[in-house]
Design a protein around this ligand. Structure first.
Ligand code: ZN
Length: 101
C-alpha cells in the first residue's frame, strides 16, 4: 500500500447526543506511520482536537494536521475509541516530541 492510499472510514463521521461530531483523521505527512486518531468538534468543519494526546501530531504536541475522514492501515487508536464510546470531547494540547513540525 502506498502512503497516499486512503483507508475507508465507513463508521465516520458520527455524532453523539452531546453534540460532538467524531471524525477519523490520518496523519497528513504519512497516513500509515501511526494509527489514525479520532477528532471531535461541534461540527465536521470545526474539529477542536483529538480524543487522546497523541492525536496532537504537530508542533511538539501543540497542533494537529490530519487527512480528515481518512484512516490508517494500522487502524484507529484504542484510546480514542474508548473515549469516543464514553461520549468524551477533545483533550487539551499535550506537549510531547512529534516527528513533524
Ligand atoms: Zn488517539
Amino acid at each position: 500500500m502506498s502512503k497516499t492510499d486512503s483507508v475507508p472510514t465507513d463508521d465516520y463521521p458520527k455524532e453523539n447526543p452531546e453534540g460532538w461530531v467524531y471524525v477519523v483523521g490520518a496523519d497528513r505527512n504519512n497516513p500509515h506511520e501511526c494509527k489514525a486518531h479520532v477528532y471531535a468538534g461541534p461540527s465536521y468543519g470545526d474539529l477542536r482536537g483529538p480524543l487522546c494526546g497523541y492525536g496532537w501530531n504537530r508542533s511538539d504536541g501543540g497542533a494537529f494536521s490530519i487527512l480528515r475522514n481518512n484512516g490508517s492501515s494500522r487502524g484507529v487508536c484504542e484510546t480514542c475509541r474508548k473515549r469516543e464510546k464514553a461520549g468524551a470531547g477533545p483533550v487539551p494540547p499535550w506537549p510531547h516530541k512529534t516527528r513533524w513540525l
